[in-house]
Write a protein that binds this ligand. Structure first.
Ligand code: ADP
Ligand code: ADP
Length: 225
């Protein structure tokens, strides 16, 4: 059974559609990329899966559950944005603990999970640092840790590397892929960068003008672009 299923998913703003009749099944543990130029509807699709944007029509399933009408906080989905948005007045440990405190988790459990998350993202010993003391790549790792610590069923990544310089982007590309494989977390990755999609994905959905126009493995997409 697929982990995520989009059925005729559509979002219109006034005249035009940002997303038109998208049908898609993503398997459990799969790394799926939505690839396409700026404005083709990738971000809107992702935000509908996250629950920040309500579809005009269509449905979203996770497993057997129709989550189309659920608010974001009840979806068991983590999302990381391009501009990581870590809180500057909190240190790394406090940033990562933030979502768990909201859930009123016991302190000892929070401490244990934060430690595990720091290990996962390779930032052991960074607990006390503030944003200004972190590189772009380190900030993006904190943003990922903050999401992973809540142990979501599904991970959504919206152009997570595009604020980083080229060298760091290369490094983070492989690092994110490895982490995803290790965690086996179902992942939807949004990018306009063909090279990122080809390197990281199990499958790619190519979007153009609000529609998915091709779905395939990186090899399929590379051979028939
Ligand atoms: P992408 O993520 O591929 O760059 P988006 O999903 O952000 O594309 O946008 C798809 C299209 O929908 C674009 O033409 C964009 O201008 C339009 N759009 C996105 N959000 C809104 C909005 N809130 N109101 C009106 N148009 C929007
Ligand atoms: P990102 O670059 O992170 O995908 P955008 O900068 O495209 O995000 O959009 C930021 C916000 O502005 C989103 O909430 C999106 O829905 C909204 N937006 C995007 N395009 C338009 C538009 N043409 N008209 C109105 N709102 C828009």
């Amino acid at each position: 059974m697929s982990d995520i299923r989009l059925v005729n998913l559509t979002k219109s703003y006034g005249e035009g559609n940002a997303v038109s009749e998208v049908n898609l099944e993503i398997g459990e543990g799969e790394f799926f990329s939505l690839l396409g130029p700026s404005g083709c509807g990738k971000s809107t699709t992702l935000r509908m899966i996250a629950g920040f944007i309500r579809p005009t029509s269509g449905q979203i399933f996770v497993g057997r559950d129709d989550i189309t009408a659920l608010p974001p906080e009840r979806r068991d989905i983590g999302i990381v944005f391009q501009n990581y948005a870590i809180f500057p007045h909190m240190n790394v440990a406090e940033n990562i603990a933030f979502g768990l405190k909201l859930r009123k988790m016991p302190k000892a459990e929070i401490a244990r999970r934060v430690e595990a998350a720091l290990k996962q993202v390779g930032l052991v010993g960074y607990d006390d640092r503030y944003q200004r003391q972190l590189s772009g790549g380190e900030q993006q790792r904190v943003a990922l840790a903050r999401v992973l610590v809540t142990e979501p069923r599904i991970l959504l990544l919206d152009e997570p590397l595009s604020a980083l310089d080229k060298g760091l982007r290369e490094e983070m590309k492989f690092w994110i892929k490895d982490l995803q494989k290790k965690l086996r977390i179902t992942t939807v990755y949004v990018t306009h960068d063909q090279d990122e999609a080809l390197t990281m994905s199990d499958r790619i959905g190519v979007m153009s003008k609000s529609r998915i126009v091709q779905i395939g493995t990186p090899q399929d997409i590379y051979e028939r672009p």
